[in-house]
Design a protein. Sequence first.
Length: 470
Amino acid sequence: MTNPQLEGMEIADSVLDLIGNTPLVRMKRISEVEGITCVLALKAETTNPGGSSKDRPALEMILAAEASGELKPGGTIVEPTSGNTGVGLAIVAAQRGYKCVFVMTDKVGKEKVDLLKAYGADVVVCPVAVEPDDPQSYYSVAARLTKELDAYRPNQYDNPNNPVAHEKTTGPELWRQTAGRITHFIAGAGTCGSITGTARYLKEMNPDIKIIAADPEASVFSGGSGRPYLVEGVGEDFFPAAWEPDLLDDIIPISDEESFLTARYVSETEGILIGGSGGLAAAAAIKVAKEADDDAVVVVFNPDSGRGYLSTVFNESWMTNFGFLKECDQCVGAVLDTRNASIENLLYVNPHQTVAEAVELMRANGVSQLPVCKNTPPFANAEVSGAVDELELMEVIHRDPSVMSTAVEKVMSSKLPTIGVGQKVEMAVEMLETAPALLVLSGGRPLSVLTRTDVLSYFTAIAEDAAARG
């Protein structure tokens, strides 16, 4: 409804009127560097008032809940979120007089937690390394709080108004902005609201438009188990209601490493600060654009800003600790390179294997520590849940010999401290003063266990080489 007081003036009646109509910008510098000859453009959802694409479904879901009577005046909204949906809901709630409680996993950056609190919301943080039906999972906690607070839960994963928001707005905007010439649309898939809703509209306008999902390598959409991966806000460990694979022409798996490095690359090259999920979509879009015809119009959907990832993707220490960046030439990776090649890069034991099997694996390979991992093989998709140490096993077996037939998960200790493959050896030496071994990460994934013996052998080899050269 138009406010007569504002007639003739360019003043929005409320912040909600600023949602949508986000710009489309050509990725000119990336195209030049990568040799891309078609039009590669980015849909900049950061200009929404909450800084992300999630403002669109947040508004649509709340309006629908009001219309249906599910959300009463002065009520409470509860939602599990990786951050952006929460911000969108908090903005709508502020304008329409609701309270908000958001449930997040401990994978989400601190900035996102603080941001939601800045909007006046309560935030509950839950562990990410649990199954969806675990009482501690953020899905289960959100369900419990919804009941306890007699609240309304938009449930973006099942709410049909999530994709409807994009079918009503994002799709038509792209069709108009490209003059109907769009040939490819690439977006990450999480709740699947953005890609499904946009695809519905675009496919209706032109069935030949290619809809491509960019997906974390371990996500179920590209055939994984659903974890582990570090990129936030995309990928899933289950199939949400808006998952409509018939609308997709392709799914491109992208690693954490490629997602984060592409986010930094786009930010530095184009001057457009994008986050990890934007980097994931951009990485897939660059691949598509390189293979596309000159007359193609390839659009990549950037869901949010890199400002929410300053402590992770754009933090040198964080990136190096996870093995995405390299600090120096004489790094932890150099130590691993000098190790006995007959030993596998990584030995591990599954949680359900017995203590006897763990002991035999240690004995056969001459190692003293083993990480305990799920989702193997391959180890690239493993999730580290703990570790076993020969000294600790010796003590428990001495107290109770029958423990040899017990599952490792019953006696394992906490995870080994981690160090990036590109971090300095000096850091490894310092950490090994208090830890028996370290878990080396490369590209965000476990690579190997590093021991004091490994580092000692490395320094000895350097000393012997120096002596031999005089």
